[in-house]
Write a new protein. Structure first.
Length: 99
């Protein structure tokens, strides 16, 4: 299951879980391997931030949170691995909603 799907399901199940608490989370490292010979093709570091979602209506609060995920390629030692036209940092945004 993808991280964004896991966090969304977790918010629906338990809005007080530590992985979706307000603030920064991670880093979580992921390796992508060749299924034929198990050689590592790439490594990524995933960091996510959870924020309250403001309600534009006065004296109202939304029961949702904003989720920002950053996926960054890393080398074998954990350092950055951005290569022109090959590895890119990806930023994703989503809204966590209990419904």
């Amino acid at each position: 299951m993808l991280l964004i799907e896991r966090l969304s399901a977790l918010y629906k199940k338990d809005r007080f879980a530590s992985d979706i608490a307000i603030g920064m989370h991670g880093p979580q490292q992921v390796e992508i391997s060749n299924p034929n010979d198990e050689t590592v093709l790439n490594r990524f570091q995933i960091i996510w931030k959870v924020d309250n979602l403001a309600d534009p209506r006065q004296n109202k609060a939304l029961d949702s949170r904003r989720l920002n995920i950053t996926v960054e390629p890393i080398g074998s030692a954990g350092s950055g691995n951005n290569q022109h036209f090959l590895n890119k940092t990806i930023n994703l945004a989503a809204i966590l909603n209990p419904n």
